[in-house]
Every structure is written in structure tokens, then in C-alpha cells.
Design a protein around this ligand. Structure first.
Ligand SMILES: Nc1ncnc2c1ncn2[C@@H]1O[C@H](COP(=O)(O)OP(=O)(O)OP(=O)(O)O)[C@@H](O)[C@H]1O
Ligand SMILES: [Mg+2]
Length: 268
């Protein structure tokens, strides 16, 4: 039996109205039950790819399918299956709401109007906040949290929601090491327990390369795809990130040092 790929791109090209080609000649296929990272430098088309999967941007050429559904025509069905966490700069953080409201929103937005939280919704929301270790902030005002705590709450919102695919656009940006670890651990634990697919855009593969199954490396085109170890290749990293990219091995683990990892800030 042939399984339908989770994501299938064929000669995909995406253009913005100003004519900029954000993605070009993108062909790849990812099998279901994935925990996948999308990496690549700034402007490499990562966010564009997620938005195209959701039908928010239409392909200029080629096709993109999510669980066999065409993103051009069947985006409403796709959006019902997806829990989407947009990139940080697209999220309004000043609205005077409480942490619980943000997490509950993950469940209520998919309900018909007159959206009241049921006992079950509250239970799911609390469980999700516990997973990111912030249950004690349930009643706390969201705008008063630190950047890293906000990211954890937003990850909790995705965890509390329903849908077979989580799409997270840089969920760890602005989070310190401790918050990053909590986010990675929460996602890993949830992935292991549920049948949910996780697609995560990230600037830094290092905190997650041991937990993800697939990596897609973009630079307007597909630069690499496969197991994290296959993508952590020095020649490939240099091609994508420039000649200063390095790979170091520490306690049996490979780490990438790129301009994006933040590591080379300490690399005098
Ligand atoms: N709304 C837009 N209109 C025109 N061009 C855009 C728009 N959004 C993005 N672009 C361009 O498309 C390209 C890809 O952008 P995209 O946001 O997908 O990159 P990214 O890999 O997510 O980058 P980052 O790591 O900075 O988030 C960039 O050259 C960007 O300038
Ligand atoms: Mg982006």
C-alpha cells in the first residue's frame, strides 16, 4: 500500500506581488508521523513555505499538497487540520489578556461562535501549560511575561488545540536556554505520546537535532533533506551559510556552528 505523503511539493515556485521569487523549483516529499525541522538563513523562504501550506499564499508554479490536499483549492480543509504558531513578529503581545485566555484560544477558535470554554477545554489548556512548566501562570496577564515565557504559552496554545499537524514558525526565538529546553522537551514528549505531526521552522538545529526525524534545509531552493545527520554536512553548511560554517563534535554529538546558531558569538 502506498501511503499519502504528509507534505508533497512538486516544482513549487512562490512569488510575492513585487515579483520576488521566495521559493523556486522546490520538490520534496515528507512521510506522515514526522517531527520535522525546516532550517535555512533569513529570507530563505521558510515562513513562505508554511504560509503556502496553509493556502495563505498561492504557488506561482508547481504544486504543494498537505495530506494529499491541494493547497490552492482545499486550504480550508487543511487549516482545520493544522495548529499554526506564526513567527513572533506577527503576534500581537499587548492585548490585555490572561495566559489562560491565550491557551484556551487554541481550542475555542476552531469552535462555532458563542465560544464558551467547556470543562474539557480547561483541562486540555491546563495540561498544555503544565507541559511547558507554566501552569502556575494560568491567571497571569500575558503581556507581563518575558519573551521566552510568552513563547512557551504560545506553544502551549498549539499543544492544547486539535489537529493532526502542528506548524510552528520559530517557536524558540527569543527564548533563553532554559525556555528552549522546556519547549523542545514538551514537543518531544507530546510527539511521542500522540500521532501528531510536528513541522517546526528553526534557526538553530542544535537544540533539536537529536529529537527531529527529518530536516528540510532551504535557501529559496531545497538544499538538503533527510535525517538530521545527513544535513549536518560541512560542505552543505558552507554552501548555505558561507565559508565560516563549522561542525564540531562534543561528547559524541555533532553541532553546527553557523551565523544563525549564535554559537559563533563566543567563537573569538
Ligand atoms: N509579504 C511579502 N512581500 C514581498 N516579499 C516578501 C514578503 N514576505 C517575505 N518576502 C520575501 O520573501 C523572501 C522569503 O521570506 P520568508 O519570510 O519566507 O523567509 P524566512 O526564511 O522565513 O526568513 P526569516 O528567517 O527571516 O524568518 C524574502 O526575500 C522576503 O523578503
Ligand atoms: Mg520566517
Amino acid at each position: 500500500m502506498v501511503t499519502t505523503p504528509l507534505i508533497e511539493a512538486e516544482n513549487l515556485a512562490v512569488k510575492y506581488p513585487n515579483g520576488d521569487l521566495a521559493l523556486e523549483d522546490v520538490t520534496f516529499s515528507i512521510d506522515p508521523s514526522t517531527f520535522m525541522a525546516i532550517i535555512g538563513p533569513n529570507g530563505s523562504g521558510k515562513t513562505t513555505l508554511l504560509k503556502t501550506m496553509l493556502g495563505l499564499i498561492k504557488p506561482a508554479e508547481g504544486s504543494l499538497r498537505v495530506m494529499g490536499l491541494d493547497t490552492r483549492k482545499e486550504y480550508q480543509k487543511i487549516r482545520r487540520m493544522v495548529r499554526y504558531l506564526p513567527q513572533r513578529d506577527e503576534i500581537e503581545a499587548t492585548v490585555p489578556v490572561k495566559v489562560k485566555d491565550i491557551v484556551l484560544m487554541g481550542r475555542l477558535l476552531k469552535k462555532p461562535p458563542l465560544r464558551m470554554a467547556s470543562r474539557k477545554d480547561v483541562d486540555f489548556a491546563k495540561d498544555a501549560l503544565r507541559r511547558v512548566d507554566l501552569l502556575d501562570l494560568w491567571d497571569h496577564p500575558f503581556p507581563e511575561l518575558s519573551g521566552g515565557q510568552r513563547q512557551r504559552v504560545l506553544v502551549a496554545r498549539a499543544l492544547a488545540a486539535e489537529g493532526q499537524i502542528m506548524m510552528l514558525d520559530e517557536p524558540m526565538s527569543g527564548a533563553d536556554h532554559d525556555s528552549q529546553v522546556k519547549i523542545v522537551e514538551a514537543l518531544q514528549e507530546y510527539y511521542n505520546e500522540s500521532q501528531v505531526n510536528i513541522i517546526m521552522v528553526t534557526h538553530d538545529l542544535n537544540p533539536i537535532h537529536t529529537v527531529v526525524k527529518d530536516v528540510l534545509m532551504l535557501n529559496r531552493r531545497v538544499m538538503g533533506i533527510g535525517h538530521p545527520c545527513a544535513v549536518m554536512d560541512l560542505e552543505l553548511l558552507k554552501q548555505v551559510y558561507g565559508p565560516t560554517a563549522k561542525i564540531v563534535e562534543l561528547a559524541g554529538h555533532k553541532y553546527c556552528i553557523t551565523g544563525d546558531s549564535g554559537f559563533d558569538r563566543h567563537d573569538h
